[in-house]
Design a protein around this ligand. Structure first.
Ligand SMILES: [Zn+2]
Ligand SMILES: [Zn+2]
Length: 367
């Protein structure tokens, strides 16, 4: 079938909105008419080759829309149903079987393989030249996305489907890190380094936890203001402050939990140093491929944990479903972060995201 997509023709090249061909759904596959897709920094990283997604191809991994058609054997969703397209996974490996599909042993292939997990690409140009598809199992910078039944999360009646896509990645990543990995105890102190989409999601999640000290650290005053509006009890502007000292002042000693959302190696060290004995530093932000960090050995021996988390851990159905429920109750107000751009203005959306003018640009698809 013919669809419209934003195609990356070459590494570092622009997104070119053009008509392309997409396969019809096969067994276990679902065709989703995309309403809107969030732009995430991971899309930018892939466009520049820092994630090995083949080009030419179609990116986009925070899509939501309505089911347009289902392939043979699909039973859990039906035509016309509103859905978020969650992360792909094989469903069969040890980690998938353990209920941790974010750590699917075939993850690399599933998110950047450029084709179906067990089959060829689903996209090609109108002249029949192959295009990489299935970025994060969806390639949703397009009017239609071909995905798998197991990735889909139904959107409850009454919620705006065009806004729900970002719950598939950035927002689940930050919120899941709090709910699944940090799990603050009553009265806990929690520091969030970097308050873009992921960090702000962590702060909104923390307000739904028994943590009572929620500290946002960033260099942008506008983001720190937003963090306060989202429930941060304290903010630290890292521009000209000794951040670790500032945290110790606020908490009366080291913090219990630090969430590192920047991927900047010097900040990783600050995050590790800002938690104390039995404290936990959670690594969330992606550093450039090959980056390494070092920590103080002795103070790490004192019961400190440093742990990485991917995509918020857990299962899409429960995590994204839970966040939609919290949003509906006014307890996860991520609508405040979202600004819409039509697909043709994708370069503007990217620019607004990089400059920090817009925290979560969402691309709406032409009808
Ligand atoms: Zn798996
Ligand atoms: Zn993402």
């Amino acid at each position: 079938m013919q669809i419209t997509a934003a195609v990356v023709q070459e590494l570092h090249g622009p997104f070119v909105v053009r008509d392309v061909e997409l396969d019809e759904p096969g067994p276990g596959e679902v065709l989703v008419k995309v309403a809107a897709t969030g732009f995430c920094h991971t899309d930018g990283i892939a466009r520049h080759g820092d994630l090995p997604f083949p080009v030419p191809g179609v990116l986009g991994h925070e899509g939501a829309g309505t089911v347009a058609a289902v392939g043979p054997g699909v039973t859990s969703v039906h035509e016309g149903q509103a859905v978020v397209i969650g992360w792909p996974s094989c469903g069969a490996c040890r980690n998938c079987q353990d209920g941790e599909p974010r750590y699917c042993l075939r993850l690399g292939e599933a998110i950047v393989g450029g084709h179906r997990l067990d089959g060829p690409s689903a996209l090609r140009t109108r002249d029949g030249e192959p295009l990489a598809s299935h970025f994060f199992g969806q390639s949703s910078f397009a009017t239609y996305s071909l995905t798998t039944e197991s990735a889909l999360v139904p959107v409850p009646e009454g919620l705006p489907v065009e806004m729900m896509g970002p719950l598939a990645c950035g927002l689940s990543t930050g919120a899941g890190a709090v709910f699944h990995t940090a799990r603050p105890l009553p009265g806990a102190s929690l520091v969030v380094y970097g308050v873009g989409t992921v960090g702000l999601a962590a702060i909104m999640a923390a307000t739904n936890s028994p943590a009572t000290t929620i500290i946002a650290v960033d260099r942008h005053a506008s983001r720190l203001r937003m963090a306060t509006e989202m429930g941060a009890t304290h903010v630290v502007d890292a521009t000209d402050t000794n951040v670790v000292e500032a945290i110790n002042d606020i908490c009366g000693g080291p913090a219990d939990l630090a969430l590192e959302c920047t991927g900047v190696i010097s900040v990783v060290r600050q995050a590790v140093d800002s938690v104390g004995m039995r404290g936990t530093c959670i690594l969330i932000g992606g550093a450039p491929a090959g980056a390494e960090f070092s920590v103080d050995h002795l103070s790490t021996l004192w019961g400190k944990s440093i742990v990485g988390t991917l995509g918020g851990s857990g299962r899409s159905l429960r995590l994204i479903g839970g966040l939609m429920g919290l949003y509906a109750q006014g307890r996860f107000p991520f609508d405040r972060l979202v600004e819409y751009f039509p697909l043709e203005r994708i370069e503007e959306a990217v620019e607004a995201s990089y400059s920090g003018d817009v925290i979560k640009p969402v691309l709406t698809m032409p009808n």
